[in-house]
Design a protein around this ligand. Sequence first.
Ligand code: PLP
Length: 384
Amino acid sequence: MTRFEPNLRIPGPTSLPPSVREAGGRQMINHRGPEFSAMLGRIQAGMRPFFGTVGDPAILSCAGTGGLETAIVNTLSPGDRVLGVSIGAFGDRFASIAETYGAQVDRVAAEWGWAAEPAEVQERLGGGDYKAVLLTHNETSTGTMNPIPELAATIRATSPETLILVDSVSALGAVPFEMDTWGVDVVVTGSQKAWMAAPGLAMVALSERGWAAVETAKMPRFYLDLRRHRDAHLKGETPWTPAIGVVFQVDEGIRLMAAEGAAAIFARHEACAAATQAGLEALGFQLFADEAHRSRTVTAAWIPEGLDWKPFNGALKRRGLILAGGQGKLTGKIFRVGHLGSVTVDEILGAIATLEATSIEVGRPIEAGAGVAAAQRAALAAAD
Ligand code: PLP
């Protein structure tokens, strides 16, 4: 058993800053009173610049998957043709939700570890009358980040009225996003990722085109109905009893993010991603994702041949380092290191040091200090 706080390096839930933890322990308040109303307004205003929108994000009490379902059921009708662009497990999930509610989904799938190709999306779009395209911003299962501005520009140019729905659950708040400028219609994120809070809230922002689609969509919806959320938010409320403890935390997380500033947050995530990638490579781990599209919030690496992962991971855990395994067809093949939310370069150096010490212990041919030195150099270079 560890006697110290683990270094929680999974891609969400992310570890909480002390003041966010304290915020979650507050006494309950009336969710139909002025204090809650002010908090909701602060959260919406604080999130707007990270979405890159002048609109008000809807705040729902559900997991990120509930946010994806919200995007689908509020903008589509059964029978609508939808292009599901999938580069991994979460892209598959987004497409499956649309299918579940009766959309006619065609899939474009990239090999896992690769980003979506705008030219391929363009070609597929040209051949059909698509109501919506589903995109994953950051594919958490493979550590790959899609080029959303390029993909959105291609979709807009090819099929101007097609809705662009983006799952940015594991990226928004950590990397730049400009939904209004890029012409994105629906963006979904979740409290337990870059927002440094516990799981429990999904935030969903819509363009004008997106809101127009909400009025005509025929898929069934009640709890996740965005019209009910919009109307309640205008009164400073939520339609249903919200996860108030998490709302307190997101309010504090947003305060911390505003104090740090978006540019500094994005730079910190870049430095942590660079340090993770360089450190792992120096320790002889081969990174999973295509170099040009590696994620700035989660890094995936192959489990090397000959390394018995279970005892190795057990030794990492005993030293307080908690990593994520692979998902779906990558189970047992890769491991993932999360670096989003309240992460610091020091925490990444700590993770690399633990991986280094454990590697040496099990006899991998590693030069002591090489991983940490490479990670440190990469973080410094990213900061320049
Ligand atoms: N989409 C992406 C890209 C994710 O990383 C996740 C969670 O890791 C989800 C959707 C689903 O979020 P949740 O587990 O909160 O339902």
